[in-house]
Design a protein around this ligand. Structure first.
Ligand SMILES: Nc1ncnc2c1ncn2[C@@H]1O[C@H](COP(=O)(O)OP(=O)(O)OP(=O)(O)O)[C@@H](O)[C@H]1O
Ligand SMILES: [Mg+2]
Length: 262
């Protein structure tokens, strides 16, 4: 089992979106994947999957009330996930030391555990990072995301978490953006993929329907397939064929008639 935490310095860089869509791709490839929502105050994984009701959550596990395997739910493409709960009043009482051993308890049912961490470097995110064996650092290509990313990577290094690499998200491809080579030098880790800024990703969040389910042909979905391949060493999986609309089929056949005449 590989346990990988998606962490960042800055908030809102795309950790949860990438964790879910990466999980869906690996699941589609037949891997047993569990996404664990360790962002206990936001509980975004269930929301983004469009499945909000979860009577048993990671909270119950951290409170010592249940085994983590009893809090595993199934989403699209057989993706398994452990949700957090939205009941904020219990968060302070949670015992985060339990997270690491809870993640290890998933070993019999998982090839990959993807841990979605809270932003920043605070107690909650530190425990989420320490619960994993590997870290994927998610950054955006702007200076503001880098100072904190450096702190996160140093923290992971001090705790012997191996650095699987950097994911650059929301790239506009502008010349002013920080270059991947500079990021690699600064953070002493490899850039695995650059995911473009893509309105389809935002639409998926709003629609509460993951990108890989709603729009698997999107350019950001293709980039996440590349990320999956970098992690597993398998070839990049193919995007499903886009079904042509009625009008496009007619235009194609008219074009075919003209070509034949030439
Ligand atoms: N490549 C992208 N292009 C455009 N929008 C994106 C991209 N990746 C993520 N987003 C959008 O950015 C917003 C924040 O994403 P997400 O919640 O996944 O970030 P996060 O790092 O988990 O945030 P937090 O730190 O608050 O947990 C969402 O609206 C999401 O749709
Ligand atoms: Mg998040």
């Amino acid at each position: 089992m590989r346990s990988i935490v998606l962490a960042s310095g800055k908030g809102g860089v795309g950790k949860t979106s990438i964790a879910i869509n990466l999980g869906l791709i690996l699941s589609q490839q037949g891997k047993r994947v569990v996404v664990v929502d360790a962002d206990v105050s936001m509980a975004n994984v269930g929301i983004m999957l469009g499945i909000e009701r979860a009577p048993i959550s990671l909270h119950n596990v951290l409170m010592g009330e249940t085994n983590i395997r009893d809090s595993v739910y199934e989403g699209p493409f057989k993706l398994k996930y452990v949700p957090s709960s939205l009941s904020v009043e219990r968060v302070n009482k949670l015992v985060f030391d339990r997270l690491k051993s809870a993640i290890e308890d998933l070993e019999p049912i998982a090839d990959f555990v993807l841990i979605d961490s809270p932003p920043g470097l605070n107690k909650d995110s530190e425990y989420a990072i320490m619960a994993a064996r590997e870290i994927l650092l998610v950054v955006t290509p702007d200076p503001a995301s880098l100072a904190d990313a450096l702190k996160v990577i140093n923290f992971a290094g001090r705790n012997n978490i191996s650095i699987s690499g950097i994911v650059v998200n929301m790239s506009l491809g502008d010349k002013g953006e920080i270059k991947s080579s500079d990021l690699e030098t600064l953070l002493s880790a490899r850039v695995l993929v650059v995911i473009p800024e893509d309105v389809e990703m935002r639409k998926s969040t709003i629609a509460q329907s993951p990108l890989i389910v709603r729009k698997p042909s999107a350019k950001s979905a293709q980039a996440i397939r590349v990320l999956a391949a970098r992690l597993t060493g398998d070839p990049v999986s193919e995007a499903p064929r886009v079904k042509k609309g009625f009008l496009q089929r007619i235009l194609d056949s008219i074009g075919g008639i003209f070509r034949k005449k030439k």
